[in-house]
Design a protein around this ligand. Structure first.
Ligand code: 0X9
Ligand code: ZN
Ligand code: ZN
Length: 305
């Protein structure tokens, strides 16, 4: 059964999506944006107070990489906190009154399921292609942003395989289509990964600085301070290429070049002691501190609407 302090299986998350959206219908709705390669429904939750006019929105996804289990745990936590603090927390109330937050709890569902059933360290999707026995592509190398030019591999057996073409992975296409369709209202894109304790922003496909570099850096540094204020967890912020490594085809760079100015990649706890195998005892503190950073970014976005 579902628990916010456990790493839930996909089946459990799927039931949770159904129950959380039906029991809080004033603040939440759901829509299927397409199916995964193996046919699982990709459901986006929309959090926000209902309004007669179209509201600006934030899009957040978790679980692009299958083995980064703390990431889907954070999206579930965020939904819980949004629903339980609306009306009592003034910032959450103001956010959900003025904006909608689209949450995709698990991006790479097939891969996530595979890490629970077969291979805990799987990263990619699970698509099949002719000419190779190797499965999948790296969804965070498959977006159309400098596609496959740096920090990505054209070898289908590599963990950073960029795919046969931009958006060759149906999960990437479904998310890109959703964001393109809602381009006029989406003001921020937040994607949750692990691990390394970093708050990254464009670019990763080039060392060139983003046009909005100084604002993105200032917001990232202030969001990191907010995060650190809870338990002292130290984050480094900066553009992806210079802060972690050059890597093309990422969702953050793609969203930014589409026109979504506030585009951030979180790399959650830890710095390597447990790595992807972060103990369940760290879910709550990790999620609570990350909430502070996400809420800081959201407040900045709201202020600049
Ligand atoms: O390499 C990645 O995709 C991310 N790190 S991870 O360890 N979670 O795999 C970093 C992504 C940074 N952004 C881009 N490369 N666009
Ligand atoms: Zn990742
Ligand atoms: Zn809380």
């Amino acid at each position: 059964s579902h628990s916010y302090i456990r790493y839930n299986t996909w089946d459990t998350i799927q039931s949770w999506i159904a129950s959380v959206s039906s029991s809080n219908s004033n603040l939440i709705s759901k829509q299927v944006i397409g199916n995964t390669y193996e046919g699982r429904p990709m459901t986006v939750l929309k959090l926000g107070k209902k309004s007669s006019s179209t509201k600006p929105a934030i899009f957040m996804d978790c679980g692009i990489h299958a083995r980064e289990w703390i990431s889907p745990a954070f999206c579930q936590w965020f939904v819980k906190e949004a629903l339980s603090t609306y009306g009592s927390d003034s910032q959450m109330t103001s956010l959900l009154n003025q904006m909608d937050v689209f949450v995709l709890p698990v991006f790479n569902i097939d891969g996530y399921d595979f890490t629970h059933k077969s291979n805990r360290m799987w990263r990619k999707t699970l698509s099949k292609k002719s000419g190779t026995a190797c499965l999948g592509a790296d969804p965070n190398r498959n977006f159309n942003a400098g596609w496959c030019t740096a920090g990505a591999s054209s070898n289908p057996c590599s963990d950073t395989y960029c795919g046969s073409a931009p958006e060759s992975e149906i999960e990437v296409k479904n998310v890109a289509d959703f964001i393109r369709r809602n381009k006029s209202i989406i003001k921020a894109y937040i994607t949750i990964h692990s691990y390394s304790q970093l708050l990254l922003f464009p670019y990763s496909y080039t060392f060139q600085l983003a046009a909005d570099h100084s604002e993105l850096l200032q917001v990232a540094q202030a969001a990191s301070s907010a995060l650190r204020s809870l338990y002292g967890t130290a984050y480094t912020s900066g553009p992806g290429a210079a802060t972690i490594y050059p890597a093309a085809g990422g969702s953050d760079d793609w969203a930014y070049d589409l026109g979504v100015k506030y585009s951030y990649t979180f790399e959650l706890r830890d710095t390597g002691r447990y790595g992807f195998l972060l103990p369940e005892s760290q879910i709550k503190p990790t999620c609570e501190e990350t909430m502070l950073a996400v809420k800081y970014i959201a407040a900045h976005v709201q202020k600049n609407l």
